[in-house]
Design a protein around this ligand. Structure first.
Ligand SMILES: C[S@@+](CC[C@H](N)C(=O)[O-])C[C@H]1O[C@@H](n2cnc3c(N)ncnc32)[C@H](O)[C@@H]1O
Length: 246
């Protein structure tokens, strides 16, 4: 058992119907202040839950980035799988379709309206479970998951929160299991979007440029370093997929 084990309650993999909202869990300040318009305001879902819009925000790369992340876990995905934070569009639906009949997908999010939204999208899938949790203090036991997906979450979190999220996913992945991060990356200087994205991110997503300056591995604490890491950049280096095997 790792030194992290005692800090956490036992994993609860029982079906939550549809999920429990914890009264003790508050929307963090960075979400409330910086991303209220995208994830917290009741109208945000009516605005952003459109496949074409999430695709537009990623310069036409949504499906490619989604598939790059999901394919990393296999054509058919088995075992216990965790998606850390909800994603607009069909990420969770496509991921759940790949699961074999014995396998499960668990999705955590801190915003109740985001859990309601993903519930509406996947409520017919009996192997998907939703959890109202904070990515910085997951309520799962050490070494619980075969695959963990962190899709465009890290760039939205302040440095200390991001580091804690990375620590938590490395804690709950099984030895030999994969943590698959897809997020922004510093674009190549020949990529014209570099000159547009810098001010856009600076204005709208103030924590994102830190992802340009550091490697995701830099946020993994020493006791949880992966045995193997691979990195691929896409679309003129504007995006990255980093896979860490525990
Ligand atoms: C995965 S990220 C961004 C995904 C992508 N931009 C999209 O198209 O949806 C957005 C989600 O992260 C969630 N989130 C942010 N901070 C969180 C935290 N500390 N714990 C759990 N969920 C969090 C937000 O509530 C939101 O649903």
């Amino acid at each position: 058992m790792s030194k992290y084990a005692n800090d956490h309650a036992a994993s609860d993999f029982s079906a939550l119907e549809p999920y429990k909202i914890s009264k003790d869990l508050k929307i963090p300040n960075y979400l409330e202040e910086t991303y209220w318009w995208a994830y917290v305001h009741p109208n945000s879902i009516q605005i952003f839950e459109r496949q074409w819009l999430v695709n537009f925000i990623l310069w036409g790369n949504f499906a490619r980035l989604r598939d790059v992340a999901i394919n990393e876990a296999g054509i058919t995905i088995s075992g216990n799988n965790l998606q850390v934070a909800c994603v607009y569009g069909d990420f969770s639906q496509q991921l759940s379709k790949r699961l074999d009949s014995e396998s499960q997908l668990h999705i955590v999010d801190i915003a109740p309206i985001q859990l309601q939204n993903v519930y509406n999208k996947i409520k017919n899938n009996s192997n998907v479970f939703l959890h109202h949790q904070d990515s910085t203090s997951l309520k799962f036991e050490d070494e619980s998951f075969d695959n963990i997906f962190v899709f465009f979450l890290l760039h939205e979190q302040p440095e200390t929160v991001r580091a804690k999220t990375v620590e938590e996913v490395m804690r709950v992945v099984k030895p030999g299991g994969k943590v698959i991060f897809v997020d922004y990356h510093k674009p190549h200087w020949l990529n014209p979007l570099a000159y547009l994205m810098r001010p856009v991110l600076h204005l709208l997503e103030p924590y994102a440029l830190a992802i340009w300056r550091k490697e995701i591995i830099d946020w993994v604490p020493p006791g949880l370093r992966p045995s193997h890491i691979s990195k691929e950049t896409l679309f003129g280096d504007l995006y990255q997929k980093v896979t860490m095997i525990r």
